[in-house]
Write a protein that binds this ligand. Structure first.
Ligand code: ATP
Length: 453
């Protein structure tokens, strides 16, 4: 047996007696890495000690279910020499799981402590000098694709909650859809724990029913595509509008002001410097965290050398990162869309199907940069079954009385509906709403996000 803290060897305990139940003891500082395919469910519970998934502490003796995910359970402390235990029922050959003591979590925890110290300094100042209020750290996470940016954003958010801070989490990766659907850019004040069982590990937004975790309420900007290069001008525009909203939230809300901002991004390299530069100025970023890319850190330091207040640090990438292919990403997006309307095994939602008359609504569509001269616009959509069936429509905050598509650029999104069928003859759209109620007479945007029920 190895000594905890001294390169403890991974150990998976054998059967506990009941069929299919396996006990796993996770040594302090080790990770239990798990890959569960879609449609396969892994049930497990922590029976002793302390275990967390990207910073979110798992409850003791509560069975959890995860599916369609690649993740890890981390044991941060020694608990009675080595007894951070989980029990899992693993009857599927397809689940990959192993223990590893090669973890970068200590670096990430240190990063959290640095960020938390910045918050503490700001909150002390804001108590002592209420006339000269400062804002907490605005942290931008950048790196290559699959470098662990989202995992680090989850971890910094989860640890911030544990430290009683309320940061605003900004997701600028339209592929993910955080507390919203893919295609959106969101900013969400985080004051309660994340739901590790949800489709993408973040959790639910507000619903009509009760939830196990407090729902999070994001401000949502519609981009409408999953790839930032589909319409880079529109992407940058929406990012800057979101920046204005976030900074004004910080002005108004002292808890968020002290908590600062955590920004997750799509894969960005030095060739995307203008995008990074825009984000830095839109969100008044004062700390850039580069994930495992020395060259990018050095290049950013050179380019930003005129900004003395901007710190740029590098943290290592995890060895546990797994390649996630396009098919897996698409399935995860589908699962999060399904969850948005129907909930999951713990939270059953009651989506509502209704018909709306196309003549009562104004529908605009997102445009590809390659299709138009000015990419900064939404164009009136010609409703037809070929472009509306099995698609997602965004309901904007703008009443239908507004007649200009230009104003759509400055509005936010109330929510999304799914179009299952458009009846060309009758001009009726069959839509699925997340919860019952009248369909708002607001302007609609047809997105490029498709979904088959
Ligand atoms: N230590 C770890 N052990 C096991 N899996 C991990 C670990 N860290 C991250 N992962 C998984 O690796 C995958 C890629 O990580 P993540 O999504 O955080 O990267 P990313 O840089 O945000 O990716 P992208 O650029 O595609 O948005 C995810 O499925 C994540 O859950």
């Amino acid at each position: 047996m190895s000594i905890p803290g001294f390169g403890a060897e991974a150990q998976v305990y054998s059967e506990t007696g009941s069929k299919g139940l396996v006990e796993v003891a996770i040594p302090e500082g080790s990770e239990w890495r798990i890959e569960v395919p879609h449609k396969t469910i892994l049930k497990f519970k922590v029976t002793e000690g302390v275990a967390e998934i990207f910073g979110t502490e798992l409850p003791i003796n509560v069975e959890l279910q995860i599916s369609g995910t690649k993740t890890m359970v981390y044991a941060p402390i020694i608990y009675e020499t080595f007894k951070n235990k989980t029990v899992m029922s693993n009857e599927s050959e397809e689940i990959v799981e192993y223990l590893s003591n090669d973890s970068v979590m200590a670096n990430y925890i240190n990063l959290h402590l640095v960020v938390e110290a910045m918050r503490q300094q700001v909150s002390d100042n804001n108590i002592l000098n209420p006339t000269e209020l400062q804002s907490g750290p605005r942290v931008l996470i950048v790196g290559n694709g699959n470098s662990g940016k989202t995992s680090l954003a989850k971890l910094l958010s989860a640890y911030a909650i544990k430290s009683d801070s309320t940061p605003v989490l900004v997701n600028l990766n339209p592929r993910d859809g955080v507390f919203s659907l893919p295609g959106s850019l969101t900013a969400t004040p985080i004051s309660d724990s994340l739901d590790v069982e949800s489709a993408n590990g973040w959790g639910f937004t507000t619903t009509s029913g009760s939830l196990f975790h407090n729902p999070k309420q994001p401000i949502v900007k519609n981009y409408g595509f999953v790839d930032v290069n589909e319409n880079l001008d529109l992407y940058k525009y929406q990012v800057s509008k979101l920046g204005v909203t976030v900074l004004s939230r910080l002005e108004e809300d002292i808890a968020c002001r002290n908590g600062g901002v955590i920004i997750d991004t799509p894969a960005l390299g030095i060739k995307d410097f203008t995008v990074i530069e825009n984000i830095v100025s839109d969100f008044e970023v004062n700390l850039i965290v580069v994930l495992g890319n020395e060259r990018l850190m050095i290049d950013l330091k050179k380019r930003f050398k005129h900004k003395s207040a901007l710190q740029i640090v590098k943290v290592p990438k995890s060895e546990g990162l797994v390649e996630v292919d396009e098919a897996f990403i698409r399935r995860t997006q589908e699962e999060s869309i399904k969850e948005y309307f129907n909930g999951n095994y713990k939270t059953r939602l009651s989506p509502f199907k209704t018909d709306i008359d196309v003549n009562d609504h104004t529908i605009y569509k997102c445009v590809l940069s390659s299709d138009v001269n000015s990419a900064l616009s939404f164009l009136p959509a010609e409703p037809s079954s070929s472009n509306l069936d099995n698609s997602i429509l965004a309901i904007t905050q703008l009443p239908s009385t507004h007649k200009s598509g230009r104003e759509l650029l400055n509005t936010s999104i109330l929510g999304y509906v799914h179009v299952s069928k458009f009846d060309d003859a009758k001009g009726k759209i069959k839509v699925l709403l997340p919860f019952p109620g009248g369909f708002p007479r607001n302007m609609l945007i047809s997105t490029n996000i498709g979904f088959n029920e």
